[in-house]
Design a protein around this ligand. Structure first.
Ligand code: NAG
Ligand code: NAG
Length: 475
């Protein structure tokens, strides 16, 4: 009964569904060695060079002695108290190479690159580095997520997309923006323009996800952008799986959970964490849980709609022959848990498939009825088609002439339905999935930005100091 107790506790702690905190990784800080071509912070006899035709906001935390500095077309230094630059004639032979130290080009870092984000359930977890694994589409912020740009960092992110980008909140330099008007003010400020660029409009202040059973992330409209720079590994397992929302096939297991209105997304995630992932044998497993739209297919071919379900993706770190075996064992344990406790958890059924080729159809408990009716339905359709085919072949039944509508021409082509399972799967259009999304294409928020809005000269450097000049964001 201790378990039930835990679940109740979780319900109290996590009233709000599956929203996460998503933190942008790369920064443009002066003191981050990875931002310099020589791999270390410039000092002493170094000549500091910013690419001339770039715009950049650079956070500086300490005082630096350097030999000289080439400044970019447009930029700002965000100086904390005590930070600054002094130019030392002749340089300091004790430090630096005596040549140039060039700041890296941050122009191509994209909001939709899933490798540039980490996710966690709380801000504390972000600080601790306790990150959540997600499918690629959900590594990038969803409309209900809180976005965090780490405190005490500057950054530059390209938010280009054909769609509006919506999130619940955005934190920049320790200030959390939750209203869109406030954030637009920031975006039109000098810092805002240097840190966010690109063609789409970035909106915040959505209500967030208030559905306890979780919300669908909706990033599939940007799937092309999200997957553009993902490299998939070559896989050793027999039947690699393609999880919904992921860019790559994987070795592992996927459990698909059917839920009722009593289901609580976050408490179930906690349950899996505490019941299974904390076990020694499963500690290497990566688990990504999301609410997804699953296409319903008759005979595995004919789509007839979509339903929401919870996808639990399980990956292990094993390679070669063993890849996915441990994940499969966990999927079986999860199915067993649902079989025993599902009704208390608001779960009506679970199915899993593994990259070994195994699936839950043999071990189906709750879903036996569902499977049986699906099989029965399939048999009915098959026999119906067979009868029609025979009658058609014998000339007893004639197909009506098809009107020449483009979308139906494929039907005509495949009127040779004698070859079941052949070209049949190509002719169906599922309105749920194939309709182009009618999102307005916003005119660029940033196009109007004036070049050289902040002049950087050797004599005077404009800077925004977040410690002393908070009003700069709101003005
Ligand atoms: C420096 O930048 C890299 C990548 O941009 C990031 O992973 C790392 O955490 C940063 N280092 C520090 C100390 O913030
Ligand atoms: C992403 O991929 C495109 C084309 O596939 C390539 O041109 C670009 O350099 C890549 N960007 C990064 C940051 O890897």
């Amino acid at each position: 009964m201790a378990l039930q107790h835990d679940v109740l506790l979780f319900l109290c702690f996590f009233p709000f569904a599956n929203s996460l905190y998503k933190q942008w990784i790369p920064d443009t800080n002066f003191e981050n060695a990875t931002n310099w071509d020589k791999g270390s912070i410039p000092c002493g006899s170094d000549q500091v060079v910013f690419l001339a035709h770039r715009k950049v906001s650079v956070y500086v935390e300490t005082a630096h002695a350097i030999t000289g500095m080439n400044l970019p077309m447009d930029g700002e230094f965000i100086l904390t108290s005590g930070a600054g630059f002094s130019v030392r004639d002749g340089g300091d032979p004790g430090c630096g190479s005596g040549i140039t130290a060039q700041f890296k080009d941050c122009e191509s870092l994209k909001w939709f690159d899933p490798s540039l984000w980490v996710a966690a359930t709380t801000v504390e977890d972000l600080h601790r580095g306790t990150y959540k694994f997600s499918v690629h589409e959900e590594s990038v912020p969803c409309w209900f997520d809180d976005v965090v740009f780490q405190e005490a960092t500057s950054f530059r992110v390209d938010v280009s997309s054909n769609h509006d980008v919506n999130v619940k909140s955005i934190s920049v330099l320790g200030k959390k923006f939750t209203s869109n008007s406030e954030f637009s003010n920031f975006l039109s400020s000098g810092s805002g323009k240097l840190q966010f660029h690109g063609s789409s409009s970035l909106n915040i202040g959505g209500a967030g996800c208030s559905d306890n059973t979780g919300c669908v992330c909706g990033n599939s409209v940007n799937r092309d952008k999200i997957c553009a720079n993902v490299t998939c590994e070559s896989l050793g397992c027999r039947k690699p799986l393609l999880p919904v929302g992921h860019c790559c096939h994987v070795c592992g297991a996927i459990a698909n959970v059917q839920f009722s209105s009593d289901f609580n997304f976050e408490s179930y995630r906690q349950r899996l964490q505490h019941l299974f992932l904390s076990m020694h044998k499963y500690e290497s497993i990566q688990l990504a849980m999301s609410k997804v739209l699953q296409e319903q297919r008759l005979l595995g071919v004919i789509p007839f709609g979509s339903s929401q379900e919870i996808q639990v993706l399980l990956l292990d770190q094993n390679m070669g022959q063993d890849a996915g075996k441990l994940a499969e064992a966990l999927a079986r344990d999860i199915a067993k848990d649902v079989h025993n406790h599902g009704s208390n958890l608001g779960i009506s059924a679970v199915e899993f498939k593994a990259s070994s080729g195994a699936s839950s159809s043999d071990a189906a408990g709750n879903s036996a009825g569902l499977v049986a009716s699906a099989v029965l339905g399939s048999l009915l359709v098959v026999s119906l088609l067979a009868v029609i085919t025979v009658l058609y072949r014998r000339g007893i039944v004639k197909l009506p002439r098809m009107p020449r509508i483009p979308s139906l021409s494929k039907w005509k082509n495949s009127s040779d339905i004698g070859e079941l399972g052949g070209p049949m799967d190509q002719g169906f259009v599922n309105p749920m999935f194939d309709k182009p999304t009618m999102m307005p294409v916003e005119p660029g928020l940033y196009r109007t930005e004036t070049v050289n809005s902040i002049a950087l000269t050797q004599s005077g450097v404009h800077f925004v100091n977040p410690v002393y000049d908070e009003s700069d964001f709101n003005s």
